[in-house]
Design a binder for this molecule. Structure first.
Ligand code: CDP
Length: 215
């Protein structure tokens, strides 16, 4: 089977950066699964679809005209890379992600990313549900304080408004929602290797994952 590296973990743990760098180093495909939940939320918000309407949301998710082009995310012909990172889409993504119908609608689309020579997939349920047979499973985490600070720095660098206190609050709420839901709750799989990046830089985290793959 085509090899998969599954990287799961909470918000702002560094999965995105580490996943992209590992994929690049290996020359493998890359799936940032959170993007699909963000795109579903964005489409719903734009169309005025209620974020609790499972039937309407799963139809939207199944039909998402999503495309990934280099690092950019397109919805139809529109580049929505920045918009899906905004707070409304982050909160919206974590709300639509509790709905089993939405998760089912996105299942096959995620599995389709598994193509040779290999795939690095990151999210919450890569190792548990989407690619349970992944060769390498990593649970990437960091303290809530470290994660809030990273997100804060990212926003400030982009010239966007940011408040450390409210970021921390939002992270805690989203962590709680991701961990408590009945489908695909965020939790470390028994066969996943724990990688705590609280006091580790990106280069070290990337090297750690690459070592696991090459072992
Ligand atoms: O960047 P951040 O880690 O904050 O978020 P993300 O990975 O883009 O995911 C956004 C939201 O989508 C999360 O809060 C989860 O609720 C949900 N999600 C999920 O349920 N399952 C996944 N495989 C990926 C994301």
């Amino acid at each position: 089977p085509v090899p998969v590296v599954a990287i799961d973990g909470p918000s702002a743990s560094g999965k995105g950066t580490v996943g992209a760098r590992v994929a690049e180093a290996l020359g493998w495909h890359h799936l940032d699964s959170g993007t699909l939940y963000r795109l579903t939320a964005l489409s719903a918000i734009r169309r005025g679809v209620d974020l609790g309407d499972a039937a309407a949301l799963s139809a939207l998710a199944a039909a998402l005209p999503a495309r990934f082009d280099g690092g950019r995310v397109l919805l139809g012909d529109e580049d929505v890379s920045d918009e899906i990172r905004e707070e409304a889409c982050s909160v919206g993504a974590s709300r639509v992600a509790v709905l089993p119908a939405v998760r089912d609608a996105l299942f096959g689309r995620q599995r389709d990313f598994r193509q040779g020579p290999g795939l690095v997939a990151e999210g919450r349920d890569m190792g548990s549900t989407i690619f349970p047979d992944a060769q390498v499973k990593v649970f990437l985490t960091a303290s809530a304080e470290a994660r809030a600070e990273r997100r804060y720095k990212q926003l400030i660098e982009k010239g966007l408004p940011a408040k450390l206190e409210s970021l921390m609050q939002d992270l805690r709420e989203r962590d709680a929602r991701d961990a408590a839901r009945s489908v695909a709750p965020l939790q470390q799989q028994p066969d996943a290797v724990l990688l705590d990046t609280t006091s580790m830089d990106v280069d070290a985290a990337v090297a750690f994952v690459l070592d696991l793959v090459r072992d």
